[in-house]
Write a protein that binds this ligand. Structure first.
Ligand SMILES: C[S@@+](CC[C@H](N)C(=O)[O-])C[C@H]1O[C@@H](n2cnc3c(N)ncnc32)[C@H](O)[C@@H]1O
Length: 201
């Protein structure tokens, strides 16, 4: 079996992100994570927020790695990944195990990786499926009012476009694709990232 995947960025950002998720998800029972990646965020956040259930999802290729992390750091409230590729798969509006509705959604570092039609589908799906007052926490680098927040972000955006990825998104563009969501907080995070906290009207 391949070695467990590892992201140094996740190790660096998990604690700063958690400190805000604890407040944002204080009254949330079921969180869907879109694009769980290595699974490091999932095991850390589930273990630290025992009041909620954490449901992983990603493309099939990522499941083995996520499952390796879950095997090493199991938690009763942590659920194994299911396949969700935005703009291809139907959104599961109910959680895979208990049938409860996802009243929280989390996605980190996906908005600049997804193609435009995929991130558009993510914003529209979140807006459509979250119940009233449900919370969407979106972490990553973003464009603010047409401007990159650092030169390194502008350079990375160009490299993503060259690699056939979608590239950075302006927060106003995300908001326009999800008119049912209100951006309640925009928190500056280390390394020129941000945590956007959206709430369903
Ligand atoms: C840069 S990784 C971020 C992973 C992890 N969330 C993190 O912060 O390290 C981008 C993730 O987005 C996922 N992704 C890309 N396109 C997607 C799509 N259309 N639907 C769902 N997830 C997608 C990838 O599979 C990958 O896990």
């Amino acid at each position: 079996m391949d070695p467990k995947p590892f992201s140094q960025a996740c190790e660096n950002n998990k604690e700063p992100i958690l400190s805000h998720l604890k407040k944002a998800f204080a009254n949330v029972a079921h969180v869907l994570e879109v694009g769980s990646g290595t699974g490091q965020h999932a095991v850390y956040f589930a273990s630290a927020m025992q009041h909620l259930h954490w449901h992983c999802s990603d493309l099939e290729d990522y499941h083995q790695g996520i499952n390796q992390w879950i095997d090493d750091f199991p938690s009763k409230n942590l659920h194994r990944p299911f396949t969700l590729k935005l703009a291809r798969d139907e959104w599961k509006s109910t959680s895979s195990t208990s049938g409860e509705m996802f009243d929280g959604i989390y996605s980190a570092n996906t908005a600049h990786i997804m193609l435009k039609h995929e991130i558009k589908a993510l914003m529209a799906s979140v807006a459509y499926h979250l119940p009233k007052n449900g919370v969407f926490c979106q972490y990553g680098p973003f464009i603010v009012d047409g401007k990159f927040t650092s030169d390194s972000n502008a350079e990375f955006h160009e490299s993503l476009i060259s690699a056939g990825r979608g590239g950075y998104r302006d927060i106003s563009e995300l908001a326009a694709w999800a008119p049912e969501l209100v951006l309640t907080q925009r928190i500056d995070m280390p390394a020129n990232n941000m945590l956007l906290i959206w709430q369903r009207k």
